[in-house]
Design a protein around this ligand. Structure first.
Ligand SMILES: Cc1cc2nc3c(=O)[nH]c(=O)nc-3n(C[C@H](O)[C@H](O)[C@H](O)COP(=O)(O)OP(=O)(O)OC[C@H]3O[C@@H](n4cnc5c(N)ncnc54)[C@H](O)[C@@H]3O)c2cc1C
Length: 389
């Protein structure tokens, strides 16, 4: 490894790999540092992502697609199930392979990757971030860079070291627990979402099929609810009731920042991307595609700033992100807050009335409209999100 790079990316998740790739393809030198031994492992994800959003960045490959789904089933507390069919396909990925392949696309464009490289501090010079301190195989090292891109995930500390405000309100940090279970009878074309106070307060519980009688079964509840009873306890109860005796091959816990994106994504010499920047879709909790988008914009703008010899140019990242995705996330956040307070009776009556809509006429747009009919402000938001889709 050299000691000087144009760009150093911290974290080799989807956001980091895209940042590294989009910077490297503009011809600047890039180093991506990953603390774990393997890129893509451990996996802390339900692995669902829309086909369209993914195809902007990578050609689908059977090696990392476990299942293709085109139906969503919403299950109310009274067990009434509403299924909606989509033209759009969602993939359930094998992220161990997917993340690895994304990192390879960055290397193919000229980026260098170093695993087992734990970034534990920043270097500063002339009032700006000028590189990172990291530990690799027991040795403490420094590497300098014109720009550091922090894509170090939900527990990000790098942004904070640079003085950026990265904390998320406790209520907006969804507390998640998930098992990958096998030995299940499932419809592999459907993703299931369970709602209700007893099942997943201020959040939802998901069952995403992975093919071969396996599924990611997980739950995300608000940090506040998780304080009273843990996400793991809710999931254990669900599994005991719905899938007794099922074998869980892996179990993971983690947080998802279901908030709007941070106000400031840059400081002199540093940019944040992915979960570290809170670029997750606050309604669904999905952060793979939006993190890739954030990373790709950050990487390209970092390289452009270096080529222009004007590092202040990195601040244009904030506007571009907001225009392309951030504004939409603000709307999703308002819709999420509208739905969060629902009582079980509301979910039940919604399911019952929606079941009367013929299957072929159901859409997500209509479902949200029905849910938020008493909230005209949000109806306008829903129209903004869904019109033209
Ligand atoms: C239970 C659960 C289920 C989820 N399900 C879905 C889903 O179905 N669909 C979806 O789209 N999203 C889902 N998400 C969210 C999704 O996993 C994240 O939004 C996505 O991984 C964000 O990508 P990222 O690159 O920003 O961060 P990450 O994927 O977290 O990558 C960050 C990387 O940085 C590395 N790193 C951290 N600190 C350092 C350091 N100091 N030095 C070096 N390296 C460092 C980490 O090891 C990691 O590899 C889920 C999350 C959870 C917790």
């Amino acid at each position: 490894m050299k000691e000087n790079y144009d760009v150093i990316v911290v974290g080799a998740g989807p956001a980091g790999s895209m940042a590294a790739r989009f910077a490297a393809e503009k011809g600047v030198s890039v180093l991506m540092l990953e603390k774990d031994r393997d890129v893509g492992y451990p996996v802390r994800c339900g692995e669902a992502v829309s086909k369209t959003s993914l195809e902007k960045f990578i050609t689908p490959d059977e090696r990392w697609i476990n299942a293709r789904t085109n139906k969503l089933s919403f299950i109310a507390p009274n067990d009434k199930e509403v299924t909606i069919e989509f033209k759009e396909t969602a993939y359930i990925l094998e992220r161990r392979i997917f993340d690895y392949e994304l990192a390879k696309t960055a290397v193919a464009k000229g980026a260098e990757v170093l695993t087992r490289a734990y970034v534990n501090g920043l270097l500063f010079a002339d009032g700006k971030v000028s590189g990172v301190k990291y530990e690799h195989r027991g040795e403490q090292k420094n590497a300098s860079a014109k720009i550091v891109i922090a894509a170090d995930g939900v527990e990000s500390r790098v942004g904070r070291w640079a003085g950026l405000k990265t904390c998320v309100d406790f209520r907006e940090m969804e507390s998640c627990y998930q098992v990958t279970a096998t030995g299940l009878e499932l419809n592999d074309e459907t993703c299931y979402f369970y709602f209700g106070r007893e099942t997943a307060p201020e959040g939802y519980l998901w069952v995403f099929p992975k093919g071969n009688n396996s599924a990611n079964i997980g739950i995300g509840i608000s940090g506040l609810s998780g304080k009273k009873k843990s996400a793991q306890k809710y999931l254990d109860e669900f599994l005991a009731k719905k899938y007794p005796g099922v074998s869980a091959l892996t179990a993971i816990a983690g947080g998802v920042p279901c908030s709007i994106t941070l106000e400031k994504l840059t400081a002199p010499g540093i940019m944040l991307a992915g979960d570290a920047a809170r670029q997750v879709n606050p309604l669904s909790g999905g952060g793979i595609a939006s993190g890739m988008t954030g990373g790709s914009i950050a990487g390209r703008i970092a390289a452009e700033a270096i080529k222009k010899n004007d590092l202040t140019y990195i601040s244009s990242y904030e506007n571009e992100w907001r225009e392309k995705v951030g504004k939409r996330h603000e709307i999703y956040d308002r819709i999420k807050n509208g739905i969060y307070g629902f009582k079980d009776e509301k979910f039940n009556s919604l399911a019952e009335s929606f079941l009367k809509v013929p299957f072929e006429k159901r859409s997500l747009n209509q479902l949200f409209k029905a849910a938020l009919i008493n909230n005209p402000g949000l109806l306008l938001d829903i129209a903004k999100v869904f019109i033209g889709r």
